[in-house]
Every structure is written in structure tokens, then in C-alpha cells.
Design a protein around this ligand. Sequence first.
Ligand code: SIN
Length: 319
Amino acid sequence: MDDRIVVLGTGGTIAGGSALAGDNVGYRAGERTVQSLLDGLVVAGGPQAPALVAEEVAQIDSKDADAAFWSRLHARCLAHLQDERVRGIVVTHGTDTLEETAWLLSQTLACDKPLVLTCAMRPATAVSPDGPQNLRDAIALASDARALGVSVVCAGAVHAPRHLQKMSPYRVDAFASGDAGPIGWVEEGRLRLVHPWPGLRSDPGSLAQALAADNGAWPWVEIVLSGAGANGRQVEALVAAGVRGIVVAGTGNGTLHHALETALLRAQRAGVQVRVSTRCPLGVVVGMPAHGLPLADGLSPVKARISLMLELMQTAPAP
Ligand code: SIN
């Protein structure tokens, strides 16, 4: 009987509270329980509406998300995906690292049900909070059999994890999907697709096992930025401190300041895995830049970091 939607709470502004009702920025994230977000929420479907089951996974500001948080969330999603009573999963999450969590879950779960992340830009105590509508949209999406796998809904737009990026620190419509655009829209509880639903990652295989077995000690991967006046000192310090991977947000088409490039090539020779992404928010690195360092598969720096951590999780550190 797949008649349940499980709503996993993790904190964020959607569960944020402020002493001043008119204050949209001076609040604490993750103050309210996920059950309190569901209390009184009017969900479409009348008597056919799915049963909602709330579960608190964490109550954090997502800027503080870490490996232990991700391991726990992954484990709870896995358990509910395997429960035949569950039709779909909603995760309430802060906006600040939503794209990392969505990417991580999409790469590590074999999802044959909808798993929808949602969020808010205004706290639950705001005069006009956006969380309740986003949550209603997420529940509608998690009830829709077309929405298989991990997706994100915010301000009515449905995004695929690969393309999702937070674009604004303040606007209610804070996310975009770059050149790809949203997959579709939720309007009055109905999904309107404008692109075919993205294919699922069919077999996360040993990745899921590595994650389930790991209790938070993930491989150390950092992001460095190339720009005018860059140098190699940060990379040298990271290598000396034992970093296992470095993602570099390159300029333009994945180019690097020459001093940083020299340090990164040296780091690679020392056994550190290096991936090159771009600082540009649109498009991907085209062709192969002259430095020859491996590219980040069109991923933004923050998602490339997740992918590299997952890759290194399956590889023993060099002796
Ligand atoms: C957070 O990411 O937890 C706080 C900010 C937000 O949700 O908009």
C-alpha cells in the first residue's frame, strides 16, 4: 500500500523563526519542527490526499551541513525508499547548500520513487512566508508518479540536481537551472513538464554502500578559486596538510592563473586528485584547456567537490 508521503525535516529557513514577524533576514534557521510545518497545511487531494508522516532528521542551518548529516539523511532516505508503504519522500532543507545535498542524494540512491527537496527564503514567522506553498508543491510532486528520482521545487519551479544553482541570497525565487532551465512547474498542485523528466542513475552500486558504511569521515576535498593575483600558497598548504582532492574554480573556459596552475600540477604529481570547473555560472568548459588537468564533468565547483569526495571514498588513500 503506497499511500504515504514521508516528510523529512532537516532545518533551514523554512523552519526558521524570528522574534519580529516582519523580519525576513534576522532569524535563526531550523527552530521549528517539521511536524509544526505540516500542522494546518492544506494539501490538495481532499479525501484522496496522501497520509503525511513527519520525521526530524536534523534541525540545522544548512551552511553547517557536514558528512555526518549527509550520511544520516542518506540512511533515512534509503530506509523510506525501501518501505513499500511509502509513495514518495519530501526533504525540507536550507537553501544555502541545497544544491550539494540534492546532487549527493541523486548520485547515491537508486530512486524508484519521487524524492523532492524543498526550502524557503523567508522564515516560518514571516508576514508572508514562502515555505508553506513550497511544501504543498513538494507534496504534490512527491505524489506524482512521473517525478521519479531526486528533484527540487522552489517558487513553483522544478529543478534537476545537475543544473540547480542558488542565484540570489534574498529573492523568494532563489534558484535557477542555467542553460537547461527548470524541468517544469507545479501549478495548483499539478506538475506541468516543459522538458522530459531526467533519467535516473540506475545503479549507485558501491557508492551507496560506502556512504552507508561511513560515519562521517569523508575524504578531504577543498575548493580553490583562480583569479587575478592568485598564487599557489593555498594549494601548497593544503597538500602539506594532507588534502586528498582539490577542485579549482577556474576563470572562463577553465583557465588558471599560471602560479596556481604550477602548484596544482605539482599537487597532482604528489597524488592529490585535481578537478577543474569554472567560476562562470552558465555553460560548461568546452574542449580541453592547455594545462591538461582533468575537468569536472560540467559540474559547478560545489557539486564537483561532492563527486570527488564520493569517488575518493571508494579509493584507499595513497600510502
Ligand atoms: C539555510 O540554508 O539553512 C539557511 C538559509 C536558507 O534556508 O535560506
